[in-house]
Design a protein around this ligand. Structure first.
Ligand SMILES: Cc1cc2nc3c(=O)[nH]c(=O)nc-3n(C[C@H](O)[C@H](O)[C@H](O)COP(=O)(O)OP(=O)(O)OC[C@H]3O[C@@H](n4cnc5c(N)ncnc54)[C@H](O)[C@@H]3O)c2cc1C
Length: 399
């Protein structure tokens, strides 16, 4: 009967398929519901665990202050309210962009009206002889393994932490709090100089020593080998024996599964100003390489910050529900708790940008500085000065 015939549109049930069931993926799903999305949501994650938050892993969890249940991103009630289909422990292996179908390792095919790629990054590994026995700090499993290994060590056992960046510094801080003896081994002249630039790195270089943690700089590790009951770490001029080795030398984007998708993959998944990699296919979080404007210049950047994953997620969800006429804009923010101090930054300056100390001093252990390029503020960085940092936010909002 004519009266029973519905328009074709009503037969099409919308389904958003989100690949990567962690921060950016879960926040996209939550934001979709907040925005009133009533269609289906499928989250595909290769990890078997309920989604968890990563920042506490190198802080409270490794220090032994939190059980890992405190890191969960969703409570049981929130998970139910989300009313999503979860495919966990099953990696996406292929994306067919034309049909918006995701194929997984177990042979599933999940077709969506929209696809969100939020596969993040994984810990970079180095080709050490003992690579299988060294620890990383990226996943819940990494944290569990490292906590168990630390529990088995006697007090003051030596742990070599290869890499003095944010993760290495946080891991060393947590190990020290556990009464172990971390030694941070850094390839550069000073930690973080490749990210924060020479000036700010100089202000921060004394933090490990002040916290009672040994830092060895300009030590490019050649190899890590098993030695007696522990490890031998060799550098061109030195060798160090350690009971345990943790490697924190950056992360690589999880994009291999997209290699035959036809999407633009360069240092990550390249998306446009609307965070789209192709019509109906979005990128969000650590995996996304997106246009970023500052000081009148435009760069494609991949920013591995918690806040960016949240901002991408909100924007993508809104775009899926209501379309987008405004490009994605944000003021990046990150924090890091290391050596008993809090470093925070707004913006995304280049390491070569000029730096001006605006308040406090490195000597006081509390300061705030601006980065500038072509006269414009490109970033604000603070040590133990959260209040002034947040008050500086309007300086960056117009970029
Ligand atoms: C130890 C640690 C501490 C941190 N601390 C801070 C901090 O203090 N401040 C800060 O700003 N940021 C911090 N970060 C960074 C922050 O956690 C990340 O920016 C955030 O996790 C990014 O979220 P994401 O969802 O984009 O990626 P991820 O969290 O990496 O999640 C991606 C998910 O996708 C999964 N996946 C990958 N490939 C596939 C596939 N083919 N199929 C299915 N699933 C797949 C991954 O296993 C993972 O579960 C920290 C990160 C770590 C690891």
């Amino acid at each position: 009967m004519a009266g029973d015939v519905c328009p074709l549109a009503s037969y099409i049930v919308e389904r958003v398929v989100i690949v990567g069931a962690s921060l950016a993926g879960v926040r996209t799903a939550s934001a979709l519901r907040r925005e009133g999305f009533t269609g289906n949501i499928t989250l595909i994650g290769d990890e078997p665990h309920r989604p968890y938050d990563r920042p506490p892993l190198s802080k409270q969890v490794l220090q032994g202050k939190w059980g890992d249940d405190k890191t969960l991103l969703l409570t049981v009630e929130q998970t139910e309210e989300l009313n999503a289909e979860w495919i966990l422990g099953d990696a996406a292996q292929h994306l067919d962009v034309a049909s918006r179908s995701v194929h997984t390792a177990s042979g599933r095919e999940v077709k969506g009206t929209s696809i969100v790629i939020a596969t993040g990054t994984r810990a970079r590994r180095l080709p050490f002889s003992a690579d299988n026995d060294v620890f990383a700090m990226r996943t819940l499993d990494d944290a569990r393994r490292l906590v168990a290994a630390c529990d088995a060590l006697p007090a003051h056992a030596t742990v070599a932490v290869i890499g003095g960046g944010f993760i290495g510094a946080e891991v060393a801080t947590a190990l020290h709090a556990r009464e172990l003896r971390p030694i941070v081994i850094e390839a550069q002249v000073r930690p973080l100089q490749g990210i924060l630039g020479d000036v700010v790195a100089t202000w921060l270089e004394g933090l490990p020593e002040a916290a009672g943690i040994e830092l060895r700089v300009q030590q490019q590790v050649n190899d890590v080998v098993r030695h007696k009951n522990g490890f031998l770490i060799t550098t061109p001029h030195d060798a160090l024996e350690a009971d345990l080795v943790v490697v924190g030398v950056g992360a690589v984007p999880n994009i291999e599964w997209l290699h035959d998708s036809g999407l633009n993959l360069q240092r990550g998944l390249v998306v446009d100003e609307f965070l789209e990699a192709a019509p109906g296919v979005w990128g969000a979080g650590d995996v996304a390489v997106f246009p970023y404007h500052s000081a009148g210049e435009s760069d494609f950047v991949r920013i591995e910050h918690w806040q960016i994953a949240n901002d991408h997620a909100s924007y993508v969800a809104r775009s899926i529900v209501a379309g987008s006429d405004q490009p994605f804009r944000t003021v990046p923010y990150f924090w890091s708790d290391q050596y008993g101090k809090k470093i925070q930054m707004l913006g995304h300056p280049r390491p070569s940008d000029e730096v001006e100390l605006v308040s406090g001093s490195p000597h006081e252990g509390k300061w705030l500085a601006h980065y500038r390029r072509h006269g414009a503020v490109t970033g604000v960085v603070a040590l133990n000065n959260a209040r002034e940092l947040m008050l500086s936010r309007p300086l960056l909002e117009s970029v």
